[in-house]
Ligand binder design. Structure first.
Ligand SMILES: [Mn+2]
Length: 244
C-alpha cells in the first residue's frame, strides 16, 4: 500500500462522496481507507451505502455509526431519519466494523486510540477548540511502531509530524465541512470552504508525502436535502464550510 486515499466523516453526503470517489479514480489510486461516521445525517444515507459498499474499503466505526446501532429508544430525529433509510445489510455492515485497524505501518481510528468521541488533534475548552501540538499527541498515540496514524471525527483537515517522524493525518470531512457541537463545551469546527475533503498519502523513501484534496461538488443538492429534512443548520454548514 504505497499510495492511499484517506476518507472520513461522509455523514450520508452521497453527492460529495461521488465527487471524491471520481477524483480518486481519476488519479488511478486503488487503495482507500475510511475513518468512519459514514451514514448519519439528514442527507442520503442509502445512496451513500450504495456507492460505498460496492467497494472493498477498510473502515473503522465512528461515534455516530455506533449511535445508529445502539437501539436507543430516544434517537434524535436526524438519527431516526438516517436509520429509517438504511437496510438491514447496511446496519449489519456497520455492526461489523472495528474501532481500530492496523494495516502494515498504518494505524487508523475515528477519534483517538481510546475513544471515538475524542478529538486527537484538537483540544476543547470553555474558549472553544484549539489545535494540539505534536508532543501531547505522541504521548497519547500509545503505539510506537506505526509510522502513519490516521484520525478523523473533527472534520478539519490537518497533519502533524511527531518527533520520531510518525505522520499523523486527519483528512477532514467528505460530507460535512463545518458544524457546531455542545460537548464537552460549546464549540465550532470548520474547514472554511464547502469543498469535499480527503487526503492522499504516499510512502516515499524517508516518510509519508501528504496531499490534502479539496474537491468541488454540487453542495447545493446536498444542502437542499438537508433543508427538506428539517436541518437548516446542516444546509448552511454544507453551503459555506463555516458554522459561525
Ligand atoms: Mn465523529
Amino acid at each position: 500500500m504505497e499510495t492511499v486515499a484517506v476518507i472520513s466523516d461522509i455523514h450520508g453526503n452521497r453527492w460529495a462522496l461521488e465527487a471524491v470517489l471520481a477524483d480518486i479514480d481519476r488519479q488511478g489510486i486503488t487503495s482507500i481507507l475510511n475513518l468512519g461516521d459514514v451514514f448519519y445525517g439528514p442527507l442520503d444515507p442509502a445512496g451513500t451505502a450504495g456507492l460505498l459498499l460496492q467497494r472493498d474499503i477498510p473502515t473503522v466505526r465512528g461515534n455516530e455509526d455506533r449511535d445508529l446501532l445502539s437501539g436507543e429508544p430516544d434517537l434524535s430525529p436526524t438519527a431516526a431519519y438516517t436509520k429509517s433509510r438504511l437496510r438491514d445489510e447496511h446496519l449489519g455492515w456497520l455492526a461489523s466494523l472495528p474501532l481500530q485497524l492496523r494495516i502494515g505501518p498504518i494505524l487508523m481510528f475515528h477519534g483517538s486510540p481510546s475513544s471515538d468521541t475524542d478529538y486527537f488533534l484538537w483540544r476543547v475548552t470553555e474558549e472553544g477548540a484549539s489545535p494540539r501540538l505534536p508532543e501531547p499527541v505522541r504521548d497519547w498515540s500509545g503505539d510506537d511502531s506505526a509510522s502513519l496514524i490516521l484520525c478523523g471525527h473533527d472534520h478539519v483537515p490537518r497533519h502533524l509530524t511527531l518527533r520520531d517522524g510518525t505522520a499523523v493525518v486527519d483528512p477532514g470531512s467528505v460530507g460535512l465541512p463545518a458544524y457546531r457541537d455542545d460537548a464537552p463545551f460549546p464549540h465550532v469546527m470548520q474547514a472554511g470552504t464547502p469543498h469535499a475533503r480527503y487526503t492522499i498519502v504516499r510512502k516515499s523513501g524517508s516518510g509519508w508525502e501528504i496531499s490534502p484534496r479539496a474537491v468541488l461538488y454540487d453542495q447545493e443538492a446536498a444542502a437542499a436535502a438537508a433543508e427538506r429534512n428539517g436541518r437548516r443548520d446542516w444546509a448552511g454548514w454544507i453551503r459555506t464550510g463555516t458554522a459561525i
